[in-house]
Design a protein around this ligand. Structure first.
Ligand SMILES: [Zn+2]
Length: 158
């Protein structure tokens, strides 16, 4: 005895729990990553094909950004709510600053710019924030399994 080269792999030794490849992110951290158009799980930046189209899945951790067709309805709603919210703030501030001679013409132009510009600017963010929400829901389910080192090795072998 004593010549066993597999000393640490003797029968009965429990398999060590594989460590996740990507450190666990907090819920707020995942949403913030979404706002920055990054993958909610691993923080990868390369998540969009174009300004308007996300990759199907994260190139680094394989998290799917859209689980089913039309899954971005939530993102559209979020985008709409944010655009209307910012527009209302601009409108109210504009009226308060110019009352009693409310600059209606200027406010109309600014409203148009806000209502077109904000949704365009926020669109990819709304998508990735929604992907973060879906990721957080997924992470709360018992079936969820984060990618572990073993998966990464397996992928290299394939
Ligand atoms: Zn990722």
């Amino acid at each position: 005895m004593g010549s066993n080269p597999y000393g640490s792999l003797e029968p009965g030794t429990p398999d060590p729990i594989p460590k996740p490849v990507f450190p666990e992110v907090s819920s707020i951290g995942a949403i913030v990553r979404g706002f920055r158009k990054r993958c909610p799980r691993c923080g990868e930046r390369d998540t969009f094909v174009t300004w308007f189209q996300t990759r199907i899945a994260c190139p680094r951790c394989d998290l799917r950004f859209a689980k089913e067709e039309g899954g971005f309805l939530g993102a559209m709603t979020l985008n709409y709510v944010v655009a209307i919210g910012i527009w209302l703030i601009v409108l109210i501030v504009g009226i308060i600053l110019t009352v009693p001679d409310v600059a209606v013409g200027t406010l109309l132009v600014v409203s148009a710019i806000v209502l077109i510009g904000v949704p365009l600017w926020f669109y990819p963010r709304s998508k990735m924030i929604w992907a973060a929400v879906e990721f957080l829901v997924l992470r709360g389910t018992p079936e969820y399994r984060p990618p572990v080192a073993r998966d990464a090795r397996q992928r290299e072998l394939e």
